[in-house]
Write a protein that binds this ligand. Structure first.
Ligand SMILES: Cc1cc2nc3c(=O)[nH]c(=O)nc-3n(C[C@H](O)[C@H](O)[C@H](O)COP(=O)(O)OP(=O)(O)OC[C@H]3O[C@@H](n4cnc5c(N)ncnc54)[C@H](O)[C@@H]3O)c2cc1C
Length: 439
């Protein structure tokens, strides 16, 4: 089947930096406008972050959650450049990539997202694995499967402690799935492992999990995790992450073979952000129309931006809607019209805990939990996943996982970690994701 491609525009140039939810929806809004659009990303693919925890727990391959940016840009009549934004010359309107290439623009849309934040917790950056990129997810999966394999072969201490730090959606999804992996898949996939020796602990500083949700859904989530055997510790701070343990605020220490950091995010703070107004959390400050404060031709959208007067959650829907809005504002400016303020249409929030268990909160007061919420979560994630191949393969892989993992299916094979301790535990060494990037 031939893919329909738009012709490239030859009008004023629009540069979009970042091909995530926000950047791609800005590009789509500009398709057919006549603008000459270039999209830059440090990767050749867009990552579907909401399913990274499935890659990390061996339910999906890393290819299932990635979509090639040359395909997306081609369909929208835009040009793709792989590269990392290094500097911005806001006066001459030039963006310089780390390769040294200069890209000039008439309008710029910054959609670079955010990354893991360690809040100065000692050892967190060195000894924990975060879950923000595809490489993080593959690194976590390989470390986890390597640890299981070693124990299955009697090559390591039978005890395996996994600590997940952060009780937001990512931490809950990860802890729930790790517990199910242990409870359901382990006997068939790694029969020599004593399940009781594999502990999953979820540590959250706040007094509840999933703080943006209603109290009843928060409590439901906690109960569902406890039912799956997750040790949930609320109101608990982490003081230090060490090679084999986590030190808590009250001075006690938990042994931890694998520590996953899902506790926070931070905005970029680097050379190219130097001349940009910054708001809460270092995010780029925008006005009501999403133009960066004090700049006429630069917009910021998605997780990286904040409007201090009307802050919104750093989630996929706000990013999609903001990207679309910024694209449309540039179309208006090109037609000599004024920009309009951005209005967020709240479509609700959802998180999954495990098989047949999720929570959904819609703005009209509708609250769902259990199987129906889980099916809604599954359907929506498949719908928003980019690419028909990804949708099909993800549907097959997740169905396979949930239908067969008690028989040893549903665990995607990982790759050997040459020396997991050395990789993960050497502060001087490369981050784990850079060591092994295969599927
Ligand atoms: C593990 C996880 C699970 C999540 N689950 C959910 C969920 O279930 N529901 C939900 O609504 N939200 C979820 N989120 C949040 C959601 O994924 C984000 O809000 C959303 O991705 C933000 O979109 P964005 O386009 O602003 O940024 P991103 O999607 O992060 O895209 C930013 C892009 O910019 C590129 N980039 C960054 N810096 C540079 C640079 N200097 N030069 C060039 N390119 C650069 C990156 O490679 C990336 O492609 C989750 C997030 C994570 C990490």
């Amino acid at each position: 089947m031939r893919v329909k491609r738009r012709r490239r525009g030859s009008g004023p140039s629009v540069l979009i930096v970042g091909g995530g939810f926000a950047g791609l929806s800005a590009m789509q809004a500009l398709a057919g406008s006549g603008a000459n659009v270039t999209l830059v990303d440090r990767n050749i693919y867009s990552t579907f972050q909401p399913l990274l925890y499935q890659v990390a727990t061996a339910g999906l391959t890393s290819a299932d959650v990635a979509y090639p940016l040359w395909a997306a840009t081609g369909k929208a009549g835009a040009r793709f450049r792989k590269g990392e934004l290094a500097r911005l010359d806001l006066v001459h309107r030039i963006a310089t990539l780390n390769s040294g290439e200069d890209l000039s623009y008439d309008y710029l849309i910054i959609a670079t997202g955010v990354s893991a934040a360690f809040f100065g917790v000692a050892g967190a950056a060195e000894y924990s694995i975060s879950l923000y990129t595809r490489k993080d997810a593959v690194a976590l999966r390989n470390t986890l499967l390597d640890a299981l394999e070693r124990r299955n072969e009697g090559l390591a201490d039978p005890e395996l402690d996994v600590t997940v730090v952060g009780g937001g959606a990512t931490g809950v999804e990860l802890a729930g799935t790790l517990a199910e992996l242990r409870n359901i898949a382990l006997p068939a996939a790694f029969p020599e492992i004593d399940r009781a020796a594999f502990r999953v602990r979820l540590i959250e500083m706040a007094p509840a999990l999933l703080t943006p949700y209603r109290a009843s859904l928060r409590e439901y989530t906690r109960q569902q995790l406890v039912r799956r055997g997750v040790e949930v510790e609320l109101g608990t701070t982490i003081k230090e992450v060490k090679a084999d343990s986590v030190l808590l605020g009250d001075g006690s220490e938990h042994h931890s073979d694998i520590t996953v950091w899902a506790a926070g995010i931070s905005a970029p703070d680097t050379d190219w952000t130097a001349g940009l107004a910054r708001g809460k959390g270092g995010r780029i400050e925008v006005g009501p129309d999403l133009k960066v404060t004090g700049l006429d031709r630069v917009f910021a959208v998605g997780d990286v931006c904040v409007n201090e007067q009307a802050p919104i959650a750093q989630l996929a829907q706000p990013a999609i809607q903001q990207g679309r809005h910024a694209g449309r504002q540039i179309v208006r400016l090109l037609a000599g019209r004024e920009t309009e303020p951005f209005k967020y249409h709240d479509k609700g929030i959802m998180a999954t805990i495990g098989r047949r268990s999720a929570v959904v909160e819609l703005p009209v007061g509708v609250r769902l939990r259990g199987t129906l919420a889980w099916l809604a979560w599954l359907g929506l994630h498949l719908f928003y996943l980019l690419g028909s191949r990804n949708r099909l393969v993800t549907f097959v892989n997740l169905s396979w996982r949930y239908l067969t993992w008690s028989r040893g299916g549903g665990v995607i094979l990982g790759d050997d970690v040459p020396d997991s301790k050395q990789i993960r535990r050497s502060p001087a060494g490369p981050p784990p994701g850079e060591v092994n990037q295969s599927n």
